[in-house]
Ligand binder design. Sequence first.
Ligand SMILES: [Zn+2]
Ligand SMILES: [Zn+2]
Length: 617
Amino acid sequence: MRTLTRLGRHRESLALLRHGDPSPPPHALALPASVISCAALSLPSGVAQIHALAAKRGLLPAADAYLLSALLTSYSRLGCLPLAHQLLDEMPLESTPHTTLRTAFNSVISGCALHALPVASFALFRRMRAAAVGFDAVTLLALVPATPLSVVPQVHALAARVGLATETSVANCLMSTYARGGAFGAALARRVFDEMPLASRDLVSWNAVLSAHAQNGLAVDALELYRRMRSPEGSGVEPDAVTIVGVLSSAAHLGARGVGFDVEHYVRQRIPGFHTNVQLCNALINFHARCGSLPRAQQLFDEMPRKSIVSWTALITGHGMHGNGDVAVSLFERMVSEGIRPDNVAMVALFSACSHAGLYDEGRRYFSAMESVYKLRPTLEHYTCMVDLLGRAGRLEEARELISSMPMPADGAVWGALLGACKIHKNVDVGEEAFTRVIELEPKNVGYYVLMSNIYTDTGQLDCVARVRAMMRERGLKKEPGCSYVEHKGRVHLFMADDHSHPQARRIYELVIRLELMVKEKSGMRESEVAAAKGRMEKAAAQPLVGIHSEKLAVAFGLLNTEAGSEIVVIKNLRVCGDCHSFLKVVSATTNRAFLVRDASRFHRFDGGVCSCKDYW
Ligand SMILES: [Zn+2]
Ligand SMILES: [Zn+2]
């Protein structure tokens, strides 16, 4: 019987039990095999019958550890948890060997965890500890993922006390559980990782700590961890598709093109048949689309034998960010015609593409089709996109009406979109309303104060600018510093506004000032102003200048260090301001170079004196 069970021939094994000669009775060693066969065939009543038979023969509750464990495991797997509990309750704690007890508790804890009963599994863990039964790695592997996140640190501490917390499987399990807990969870996962001995870290450990950071928006840390993994510290652990997906999402988020290109190279060399790995390809498409290499994203997309909705959405998003609204719309139509039903994320990508390209009619049409055709209920994110779309198109009243028609209360993002539109259209009245609402909801979001103060600046209400600045001071809010970076020869060159720390700072500033002067002359500035600008240029060498935004510095660095004809790619954390935008347009024409700038919301491609956003951003 044991052999048949081991070979997976469960029915034949059970047939022997049923038809066997009743005397002598089935040997105790045959019963565990029958239990396992019953469980494999999903026969809870069979397990219960053998249980009864064994009890009658006096083999239970604790005489036979092997049988006991087979029964408990089978009950737990089959979801017969009351029976498992009952059996556990009948076990004589004093006379049962310690290891048998531990195995018994582990089986039932696993069963409760498997059937999503975290409270029951935790209660059993308490009982186990109260009965002085020591837990082991198996206990923790079942318990930790099912434990509420707020309680995990307690279990972690207990594990650390008995030296289990740095054991590879337990540490990996702790890290992936912590990863669900936002930035704070990522910090806890990092602590587990740092405490592990180098030799205990396997690929799963690296992936767990890396994903904990990548999934929670801590892209810089994720890339740093990847660098460490590839260094001698990684002890030769080779990245797999899971690692690559995490690294690519962080690289896309940061615009770290060099890292992403390296990773793609690795994928092409070392992961054969990666084209059939949908998740991996989607990560690559997303990376290229968001880092300015749309043709490569398109190529990867075309090469995929099987595409998922995520692949389509990544490409639609990319085209949206580049202002190719028409392409995004036709991709969406192609996706639908190929039988893929759009989901909420795809709709967000589509609306935001319409919004960036000013496709007012299409946006409206798809918004009403969302419920009627695609059976999707608009969420806050969709309303935000629509308010943005209407607002940018100058239909501020319509945007306000949409907000008041929403079935749920508007959040900060919705009002923020309206405020952003008021900035484009210099509308103080609607802007003030949106500002009042948005800072009630997100009082600490500096961006909104800056937007309002810019609206006042643009409309010449300087006393109101001072009022907003005073509010920011009172609330202890500081403007997020703008920074831009350019990758050159495998290195990242970071520039902050008015930052002189770069080794080429003097040459960079000289060039910016020369270009500024040229731009001013081009735009027909009065002679006195040109003279003032010239004076400023002369003083430049002697004293640091103020008010030069980081993207100007980054572009000047690119002009000084790259070959004529190559495109200069700049990644910026905030939105490009109006002054820098017109500066970059003129400079692209006079230097005969193209600049691709990714700001907080989209791509601007400056070439021949115009921007791909058509000044609509
Ligand atoms: Zn600027
Ligand atoms: Zn632009």
